[in-house]
Design a protein around this ligand. Sequence first.
Ligand code: HEM
Length: 401
Amino acid sequence: MSQPPAIDLVSAAAFANGQPHEQFRWLRRNAPVYWHPEPHGRGFWAVTRYHDVRAVGRDPKTYSSYRGGILIDDPGGPALAESRNMMLMMDPPQHTRYRQLVSRQFTPRSVQALRPRVEELAAKIIDRVSARGECDLVRDIAGELPSYVIADLMGIPLEDGRRLYELTEKMHASREGAAHDERSLASIEMLNYAIGVAQHKRQHPGPDLATQLLHSEIDGDRLTPAEYGLFFMLLINAGGDTTRNLLAAGMLALFDYPEQRRRLQENLDALIPAAVEEMLRYVSPVIYMRRTAACDTELAGAKIRAGDKVVMYYGAANRDEAVFTNPDEFNIERAPNDHIAFGGGGAHFCLGAHLARLEIQVMLREIFTRLPDLRPAGPPQWLASNFISGLSRLPVKFTAD
Ligand code: HEM
């Protein structure tokens, strides 16, 4: 065994410069299902190899989302009961019934129909910065599009989408990034907002997801207020900072690999789709999802007991040298590229995958067409989170319009 790096996948400090790939590499090689102690908890299994992560994600009978939620921290009794109203924390067959309520809006076809509107919003975002010659790529460009697109889909004002996305950030911060109270207050503000939307949509229904959810039924019953609020929160939370982080950290990768960037810029039509897939693999904005073992089981030789926490590290799996050649290299023409940044293909596979791809493709094209000499203007800053990976700041400059 090579000398192990200190293993810490919990503190925000471990993610201060991006995902801890040195640790992941060591774990994949030496302890692919590693017992990770926790300063504030009972410990968990860290799963870092591609095929093991996929196996866990595709087996909800053995690895449940319902039993303990999807975050490493164990939710307390009332919080766990409450969170089980969100489909992310459900197991099939209950999960299947909830997901069907909204899945039609996220098919490749429905998403393609949104393209003109997404292009219009992307142009508007670049219009706002193009005369300035400099901006923060995270705040002024990358964060805007996902919050506007989801606001549009939900049928709420674009500016409210912006505020909700700030709340998402607070909720996704780690212990060190935001105090518990701050995270709870952000959840409460979002749930209150959802109640207000429900009231408004009852009087002013529209062709939007917020109205549709109001009339949705599970086994003949309308959603309860708690179910409605958490569905709303999930749709807002899931696609905001993830998509933003993919774009910003993906642009940073392009800055770090100027030759790849040059090739992309010279041939946007042909290379954008594969470049986006490589950004997804390389950045892996969702660091992990947790499951809880429903029974005693074994994974890669590790004896897992019923009730144990099992954590799938997507960023580690996406650098698995058994699956990807030169995994630490950013290569926009990588083929095949079966990354699992959206999950390993189980029941919870990202509902918004097609939408996220569309948003990033459209935004990349808009950036490279309108701001072709965009370049870094200062050091990037990474987010203090062990759950969602990305940049909190990336100063850039460019020739003003
Ligand atoms: C780059 C952007 C994104 C990334 C990397 C990402 C990643 C993920 C991952 C890893 C999961 C969990 C998969 C699993 O447990 O198997 C997930 C679930 C989910 N994502 Fe995304 N996502 C992104 C954008 C979006 C967008 C734009 C939406 C739009 C609403 C969205 C909605 C959801 C929802 C609703 C779930 C829960 C699905 C379920 O429980 O059935 N995501 N996403």
